[in-house]
Design a protein around this ligand. Structure first.
Ligand SMILES: Cc1cc2nc3c(=O)[nH]c(=O)nc-3n(C[C@H](O)[C@H](O)[C@H](O)COP(=O)(O)O)c2cc1C
Ligand code: SF4
Ligand code: SF4
Length: 258
């Protein structure tokens, strides 16, 4: 007999969306039919019996939009849930922290994990080559397959929803949440900007408008997802001095925009 699930995701540059499709494919093998929903466009809930949350890790925690979404999510009432985070290097307690909130809301937690995906954080270092990204993504997909098989196996792994991470991780996430409010101020277009408006269309949070001179203006609400910097077709967006001259992460370009 088929079961039904809903997988809610947020993505900046496409990694998480790709993982959501992998999860849906793997759960199908477990006879769980999954509907994939972008949390940005989800305004009403008609929840299935299994709920999955998949998101990119920001500063060792979940993006603010994911936290807000989980607050809005109806209480568990007999439903099960699982969490999959993804990060470039280290996720800290991000997946466990979300699982903990879901457990408090009354969901039975089937599992919480994270997988390594290519970094989109070119504020730090430039994007790796597509070949290197391919290898990382293949490993991530294999880990997802194991995870999906494990949570529906007759002996699923024990889940501890009391884990809250090290003090260092929690402090860094706290600092990230403080700082993110001001991130929008550091985005600027350079003279390669053609005024095409693609950044306005692609921003998942509607945080970009064009001014009267057809140049982008960033405003509060920006999640610092780096989609606009990485996917501007002309490489015309910089985050302060930090992204100048750095290779963009365009692996999924064109597959994630609204
Ligand atoms: C604002 C921001 C913060 C990030 N913080 C972390 C982090 O704490 N640890 C990490 O390993 N990767 C971090 N990353 C990298 C992303 O989590 C990773 O590349 C993810 O796969 C991006 O997913 P997406 O393409 O769905 O947006 C960060 C990326 C961004 C944009
Ligand atoms: S997408 Fe790039 S080129 Fe187009 S308006 Fe935005 S910054 Fe300018
Ligand atoms: S303005 Fe750019 S970085 Fe901020 S949310 Fe929109 S696409 Fe992401």
């Amino acid at each position: 007999m088929n079961r039904y699930g809903q997988l809610f995701y947020f993505t900046g540059t496409g990694n998480t969306l790709a993982l959501a499709h992998t999860i849906a494919h793997e759960l199908d093998k477990q006879r769980v039919k999954v509907e994939i929903t972008n949390i940005i466009s989800c305004s009403e809930f008609d929840l299935a019996s299994i709920v999955g949350i998949v998101f990119p890790v920001y500063g060792f925690g979940a993006p603010r939009v994911v936290n807000r979404f989980i607050k809005r999510l109806p209480s568990g009432e007999g439903r099960s849930a699982f969490v999959v985070a993804n990060a470039a290097d280290e996720a800290g307690p991000a997946a466990d922290a979300v699982a903990k909130i879901l457990a408090r809301k009354g969901y039975k937690i089937l599992g919480a994990t994270w997988v390594k995906m290519p970094s989109n954080y070119i504020v730090g270092r430039p994007a790796i080559s597509d070949e290197q990204a391919n290898d990382i993504i293949a490993t991530a997909k294999a880990k997802i397959a194991d995870f999906c098989a494990s949570i529906f196996s007759p002996t699923p792994p024990a889940v501890n929803t009391d884990k809250s991470g090290s003090l260092a991780h929690r402090l860094m996430y706290w600092a990230f949440l403080k700082g993110i409010k001001y991130a929008y101020r550091f985005y600027k277009s350079n003279d390669k900007c053609t005024g095409c408006g693609a950044c306005v269309e692609m921003c998942p949070t509607g945080s970009i408008t064009l001014n009267s001179g057809n140049r982008p203006v960033w405003c509060r609400g920006c999640e610092h997802c780096l989609r606009c910097v990485n996917h501007c077709p002309y490489g015309a967006i910089e985050f302060g001095p930090f992204t100048k001259g750095k290779r963009r992460y365009t692996y999924w370009q064109g597959k994630v925009h609204k």
